[in-house]
Each structure stands twice: as C-alpha cells, then as structure tokens.
Design a protein around this ligand. Sequence first.
Ligand code: AMP
Ligand code: GLY
Length: 420
Amino acid sequence: MKILVVGPGAREHALVWSLHRDPAVTEIHALPGNPGIAALATLHSGDANDGAAVAALATELGVDLVVVGPEAPLVAGVADAVRAAGIACFGPSREAAMLEGSKAFAKDVMAAAGVPTAGARVCTNATELAQALDEFGAPHVVKDDGLAAGKGVVVTHERAEAMAHGEAIFAAGGHLVVEEFLDGPEVSLFCICDGETVVPLSPAQDFKRAYDGDKGLNTGGMGAYSPLPWAPADLTTDVVERIAQPTIDQMRTRGTPFSGVLYCGLALTSAGVKVIEFNARFGDPETQSVLARLQTPLAGVLHAAAEGRLAELPPLTWSEGAAVTVVIASHNYPGTPRTGDPLTGIEEAEQREGVHVLHAGTALNGEGQLVSSGGRVVSVVGQGASIEQARMRAYEGVECIDLADSHHRTDIARAAVKEA
Ligand code: AMP
Ligand code: GLY
C-alpha cells in the first residue's frame, strides 16, 4: 500500500513511524513532513491546506490512501478534495470536522445526541459574557469558538482575567463559549470511525499546562502516557456507548457522516464521564504514546476506516506495556518561541533501549544542521513493561538531548507510577 501523510509535526511522525512498521506498506510520502519523517518517507513541498494541491499530489504519486493529520487541512476541506479525486482518505469532511472547528456546533450535536458535557453559553459581547460568568460562577472557563490549537481556553478563578480573555476574543472579531467547570481527571480517548462503526483506541492522558504541577499556561500538550492504570475498567465501553456512538449516529443523521478520528477529550467527574471537547483528528502528544503500543498494523485500520469497512476489522491488539511521551519545548513556549537553536543528541537518545524521538518543530539550517523551528520541538517516547520503566526510559532519552534554554515537564506520568 502506498500512503501520503499530510502534516508537519510529531503526531504525523508517530503515524509515519507506525505505518513504516506495517508490512503491507510499500511506500510512504509526506506533505510537508519534517526532518525526522524524512528518514522514513519521501517529503514533498506544497500547501497542506490546499485541497486541490493535495489531491493532485496524491493522484500523481498514485497513492492508495491519504492520511490527514492536523485540523487545519480538515476544516479547509482537504479530505473532501482527495475523496472527490477518487482516492481513499482518512480524515473527516469539512462539514464533519466542524465538531472541532466550532465549539458551538459541537455543543449542538452533543445536546441532540444526549451526550454528557459541561453546560455552556455562546456569547458575542461583553454583556452576555458577564451574565454567563455569573450564571456558572468560578472557576471560570472561557473558550474561543474557533481553532486555537489548544491555547484558546482560559480556566481561572479571577473574573477579571476571564473578562479580559473574552474581550480580546471579541476585539479580534470572534465569539466565545463560557462553560461550567468540570472537575476530575482528564482522559483522551481516540475513536476510529467510518461514519457508522466506532473502534476505540487505548485511553491516554495529556499534560496541557506548561510547567510541573499543572502550573503555567495551557499549551498544545507537554507530555502523555498510556495506558491509564487508575481508570475504571469499563471506561472505554462507557465512552463508546454514551458518547462516541451517539455522536457518530447524530452526525450521520444530519447527513454529515464522520469518518476519521473522533478525539474525545473527557473529564471523569463525580457525576460520571463528560466531554470537555471533541477534536476531529489524533491528539498530539497522546498519539505518540498510543500508537507506540498498538500492535495491529496501522495502515489496515486507517484504510478500513476510509473505505467504511471498520465493522469487518478484527479486534485491535495492544502491547501489555506502557508508553510515556515527554515534549521538549523551545525557550518561551507557549509564548512566541525562540527558534534556530541547534538540536543535538537525538541519535544518542535513540540508541537507548525502548526510546524513540519524534520531530515536531525541527528544521535543517543552511549548513544542514538540525535546529529548532517551533514551540514543541521533539517528543521523546519511552516504552517499557510498566509505566515506571517507560517513564524512566523517556527521561533518560530527554537527558541525551541538548537544546539551549529549552524546557520540559519532569512530572509526566509521575502520579500514575504510584497508582499502577
Ligand atoms: P479545550 O481546548 O477545550 O481542550 O480546553 C483546553 C483545556 O482547558 C482542557 O484540556 C482542560 O484542561 C481545560 N478545560 C476546558 N474546558 C473545561 C471545563 N469545562 N472544565 C474544566 N476544565 C476545562
Ligand atoms: N493534546 C491535545 C490536542 O491534541 O489537542
């Protein structure tokens, strides 16, 4: 099978890493990919958000399947353009990707499907915002109603901070959603869907805040691990029955079937599991941990989803062990990151047992030297028989890597080791 993977980051590197190990895969292409992906796939330049360009490249290469990683090309309709060219595509249509593209739309679908989620009010001006903040009380949750790469949300006890975030969104011409605060641990569960059938992957937990102890600003994600020893045994079945399947059924009823990954961002509250958000793609960095543990060859699963054959798929198989991912971030991330710093030590890290490194914000400079080019620079993945071993290996890998003034969290999966 020949495959084209669309996207630039560590999630796409994780997809390529898994696809590369699938014996059915003969050729992998990436648009645009990154220097890490280049070791496993042929890179192509071009605009990943331009459906016509992606479809033309896929046609020219004669690929059997296109896998779209990030939300931006999905919301721009890239999957529609690829399918219109007669090529199988893993990723939802533009309309179905609105489950991620608009929080207000997602809330509407959840209400219609009876899916448990935080109460919410859509606000278009400061008066509505003030009313909604009073209605739900502190802690306040204020979300930009558009794509914000996980950074458009402010959760705060300070009413003034909530108002300021809202007013900045209005000033930029946007609108927002104020939500009831959901207490309890967060879980990410990725469900592979083909419009009808739902196949859940293994649950993971992401660490969203920039610094240890969940301090600092929200980021795209600073680390993740899987599986979750502390989660209820029936968590996955419960989420499929009460959340993913009703959502997929509702999307089909609306004439916009959802095919791709339904990313269920969940809070395990005292009143049961509730949805924090849906995304229409694999999560980053959870995917790096989840796919490391998937034993079923990935291409067959993604191809079956793209062709509506998930019901025929045998149950997925998983490694017994664990995977822990630690993100190394540039100086000043999640603010405007400093870029262009030399990055060394990846080979040493990968020589260690159970460690591999996935590139996100890396580039080759004029001298062919690997340098940082974004906020989240690499994901270091440790695999082991237990969370403790996987975590130790991930951090040993992190120690090998040198990037001036970079930062990473030191507490990824630490609490889970105690609970395992
Ligand atoms: P989102 O972009 O919706 O995923 O939100 C980013 C992060 O903000 C989530 O992972 C949560 O940590 C936090 N968050 C979002 N919505 C809520 C909520 N209703 N209650 C509590 N925390 C939330
Ligand atoms: N890990 C959070 C996200 O992918 O949105």
